[in-house]
Design a protein around this ligand. Structure first.
Ligand code: C5P
Length: 233
């Protein structure tokens, strides 16, 4: 089943609350660094007190010990999903899971932990010339996904076009979280490798991260409900 995560890419708490006012049923939201750094963890309380789930998209990347301690603190916020960069290595990813487990209240489930393989802003050229990685982008994404799986993470952020190969190599239980979703009539904005919700579902994407197609639409609730309908067929 494919689920929608709405990216709350707003710059003020007021805009977040105004946007969520129409959503009476719980939804899965994504809070990124802009919002968290501007408002602190209270913004998570605000969203959770309205009954919504939170994917806290901070993409941690540091030495294992620091990531472990940071994840312990993030688990205490009782968010539903967090993430790291695969580039931090297997020890860092294992430390992230340990931190989350130690910060989770007894009897509660630890937050789902996923990893970023390569940012969508990274091109093949940039990877080779600046990061000195000679393999193709597709190979790197797949190998990074396998490393995340072997480090006990729950899944990866990837493009819709990579979801199938990742499931084939890492199993269907290994989650694929895919941004870059656009509705048929939308503008592409700054996304490059885009896909429609139905195509994302067909490719086996577990979570579709959708921002502007919903938040900037004339009637966000209606757009959200229409996407849900498309995915439930
Ligand atoms: O507005 P749009 O649907 O393009 O928003 C997609 C969301 O997913 C944004 O919050 C963006 O930062 C995030 N994201 C992405 N590509 C990645 C990782 C995260 O677009 N590789």
């Amino acid at each position: 089943m494919s689920e929608v995560i709405v990216a709350l890419d707003f710059s003020t708490e007021k805009e977040v609350v105004r946007f969520l006012r129409d959503f009476h049923e719980p939804i899965y939201t994504k809070v990124g660094m802009e919002l968290l750094y501007a408002y602190g963890p209270q913004i998570i309380d605000v969203i959770q007190s309205l009954g919504h789930q939170v994917f806290l998209d901070l993409k941690l990347h540091d030495i294992p010990n620091t990531v472990q301690s940071a994840m312990k603190n993030l688990a205490r916020l009782e968010v539903d999903m967090v993430n790291v960069h695969v580039a931090g290595g297997s020890k860092m990813m294992e430390a992230a899971i340990e931190g989350l487990e130690s910060g989770t209240r007894p009897g509660m489930q630890r937050p789902t932990c996923i990893a970023v393989t390569q940012l969508t802003s990274t091109s093949q050229e940039m990877m080779q010339n600046e990061l000195l990685i000679a393999n193709s982008l597709d190979e790197v994404v797949l190998e990074y996904a396998k490393l995340a799986k072997n480090s006990h993470l729950d899944g990866v952020v990837c493009s819709v076009h990579e979801a199938k190969a990742i499931h084939a190599n890492c199993g269907n239980d290994f989650l694929t979280i895919t941004p870059g979703i656009r509705l048929a009539n939308d503008s592409v904005d700054d996304q490059v490798r885009i896909a429609t919700p139905v195509y994302a579902k067909e490719q086996g994407s577990d979570y579709l991260v959708i921002g502007r197609s919903i938040t900037q639409s004339e009637n966000p609730l209606e757009t959200y409900q229409n996407i849900q309908k498309m995915l439930s067929v």
